[in-house]
Design a protein. Structure first.
Length: 401
């Protein structure tokens, strides 16, 4: 593992740093996470993503013909690190950039890539993920939303649930059952569905943060062109798993964890405890030190995986490890912040003078959700045990199928 940059990479790092210093909106550093569905915030977030893309700093590894830079992984890593350093706002189109985009590069037709990839980058089209259903979460292959072919069109009927961002998404990548007679993993297909199609109803669900971040989505005779099938009929399980690995890496991002940790340090330095900054309290310092070790270990593991990727080694179970470690750590960071805030914590959210302190109660609740979304911690541990450590598999519930 080589942790040093070449002179060209260092020069690139300086260029990115200058661009961010000139372009990161100052206000974003203190603003709360996006209010779901607020059109003004959505427009701002789209404008920011477009700006990053126009500067050439988005999806840098994607081929040029689809709007990427054809750049190597090191450059994207440098950009990610500089974004943390500059406290840049998050990107609204992450499900497109990190999940369906890479899946289309791997499994999509040329026509699908040319149609969808550029608009993912420019934030002209926002995506949502239609996997979970009332009876299919951890056991995803039990999904029942069905799609029947009628000539060159699929007719979709059924229901999805916990669909993040569906209330403002333009497109959904969706798992549907296309062969009810096949063993359950074998009869699934992966469709791209226009969210404005007749027959789709989106109903927001209020979560414990008080926001309506996810939704129920109902399909009633929704017509989807066969050209929107990805990876072949009844081959959706394989495609779905490729997207899941990308999702787990996204949720396991070291960038986000470092951002949260930096916020925690700022809080400890500015919030008083017994008349002194909390960071001077020996008990708080111990806790910050042990969290710092976990954050640093995670960063070094990311470098190790980067080295593997640059050398063309297969990623194995790293997505499951990253997801498990990052989401649990993010939750522990938020918990430490709430403990520093003490009884003021729950009030911070509504205190106008609290500035970014009000984020912590939200982050605590939201990060708990991310331990569940994208496959729960228990499911990640099963994957690590079975596929990584070669331990005996748990009995499959569909063993008879
Ligand atoms: C914030 C958030 C955002 C989400 N966004 C989306 C989205 O955009 N699109 C989408 O499709 N879905 C989304 N989801 C849904 C998410 O994928 C599911 O909640 C998740 O897969 C778990 O499924 P479930 O809720 O049905 O729980 P269940 O599968 O019913 O699990 C209940 C409990 O049992 C445990 N368990 C289940 N099976 C096993 C097993 N085999 N071994 C050990 N323990 C087990 C689980 O770990 C969990 O603790 C989101 C969820 C959250 C929280």
């Amino acid at each position: 593992m080589d942790l040093s940059y070449t002179p060209e990479e260092r020069a690139f790092q300086q260029t990115v740093r200058r661009w961010l210093a000139a372009n990161v909106p100052k206000k974003s550093r203190e603003e709360r996470p996006m209010e779901w569905g607020d059109p003004r915030r959505i427009a701002q977030a789209k404008a920011w993503q477009r700006k990053v893309w126009e500067a050439g700093y988005l999806a840098m590894g994607w081929p040029r013909e689809y709007g990427g830079q054809g750049a190597d992984l090191m450059r994207q890593t440098i950009v990610n690190e500089e974004m943390v350093r500059a406290r840049a706002p998050g990107l609204i189109g992450m499900m497109g950039i990190q999940m369906v985009g890479p899946t289309l590069i791997q499994y999509g037709t040329e026509e699908q890539r040319r149609r969808f990839l550029p608009k993912i980058l420019t934030a002209e089209e926002i995506w949502c993920q239609g996997y979970s259903e009332p009876g299919a979460g951890s056991d995803l292959a039990s999904l029942r939303t069905r799609a029947e072919l009628d000539g060159d069109t699929f007719v979709v009927n059924g229901q999805k649930v916990w669909t993040s961002n569906a209330q403002y998404a333009d497109w959904m990548f969706c798992l549907v059952r296309t062969d009810p007679a096949a063993p359950k993993h074998g009869g699934i297909s992966y469709l791209l569905i226009d969210m404005r199609s007749p027959g789709i109803t989106v109903r927001p669900l209020v979560q414990m943060t008080g926001d309506a971040g996810f939704n129920e989505v109902f399909f009633e005779d929704v017509r989807v062109p066969r050209a929107n099938l990805v990876g072949g009929l009844n081959n959706g399980w394989q495609v779905a798993n490729a997207t899941l690995a990308h999702e787990r890496n996204m949720l396991g991002s070291t960038t986000r964890t470092q951002q949260i940790f930096q916020g925690l340090l700022r809080l400890a330095r500015t919030h008083a405890r017994n008349g002194r900054p909390a960071a001077e309290d020996p008990v708080v310092r111990q806790r910050l030190a042990s969290l710092a070790i976990r954050v640093e270990t995670m960063k070094l593991e990311a470098y190790r995986q980067l080295t593997d990727a640059l050398r063309g080694r297969r990623p194995g179970i790293s997505a499951a490890v990253n997801k498990l470690v990052a989401t649990e750590l993010n939750h522990d960071l938020a918990k430490a912040a709430l403990d520093i805030l003490g009884s003021y914590g729950p009030l911070a959210r509504t205190d106008r003078r609290a500035r970014d302190r009000g984020i912590w109660p939200l982050d605590f609740m939201f990060s708990l959700g991310l331990i569940i979304g994208g496959g729960t911690s228990q499911i990640q541990k099963n994957i690590i045990a079975e596929r990584g450590l070669g331990m005996p598999k748990e009995p499959r519930r569909d063993a008879a199928a």
